[in-house]
Design a protein around this ligand. Structure first.
Ligand SMILES: [Zn+2]
Length: 191
């Protein structure tokens, strides 16, 4: 049994950490389902009620499927959640993302007034496989008038396994932002 008063190594109450990991596992499993479709994607986002933990919406990256460069998982999750609730504010909700939100998605999370954003893999992890914009989500949040706690990485290795899955590695080769076969340190100078 968990002692709610116990704290984890990160200083977060153990129960809160277990809940974060449970939700991250859920969105990883949901995201991995795309590997069974013609449009595999390693990016997934889940929005839950911050207090009750009740799930509001889940979404995956649909850039290729929708031919829309802005169809990132986090952006789609916010869009779908706002439509579902018929309001523009998602105050009172927390978003879990398999990867650290890019500046576009983190900005959108701030405009949406989300309470918290919890991420798995980092932008640097994703950048081993696809192009990224190198501004940390915590920095975007820190420069905003809107308050949103950004926490991560959570279950980084598990989330990173979405990127290294053979189905995903094959799919990256067809992505316009893909970096097939390139690993950190493998980039040749001048290229
Ligand atoms: Zn994004």
């Amino acid at each position: 049994m968990l002692d709610c008063a116990m704290t984890s190594r990160s200083g977060k109450p153990l129960r809160a950490q277990v809940l974060d990991e449970t939700r991250m596992r859920e969105i990883v499993e949901f995201t991995a389902r795309t590997f069974l479709t013609p449009y595999p994607a390693p990016f997934g986002a889940l929005i839950v009620d911050t207090k009750t933990g009740r799930r509001l919406i889940r979404a995956t990256n649909a850039v290729v499927r929708e031919n829309d460069p802005s169809s990132h998982a986090e952006l789609r999750a916010v869009r779908l959640a706002s439509k579902k609730l018929r309001r523009t504010s998602l105050a009172g909700f927390t978003m879990y993302s398999t990867c650290e939100p890019c500046p576009m998605c983190m900005s959108n999370a701030l405009w949406a007034r989300l309470d918290r954003v919890v991420y798995g893999a980092t932008i640097a992890d994703a950048n081993c496989h696809c192009l990224q914009i190198h501004v940390p989500a915590k920095e975007i949040a820190g420069r905003s008038d809107m308050k949103c706690a950004v926490e991560g990485p959570v279950l980084r290795q598990l989330c990173d396994s979405l990127f290294t899955h053979p189905k995903m590695q094959k799919a990256f080769r067809s992505w316009s932002s893909g970096k097939p076969g390139r690993r950190p340190g493998s980039r040749k100078p001048g290229k």
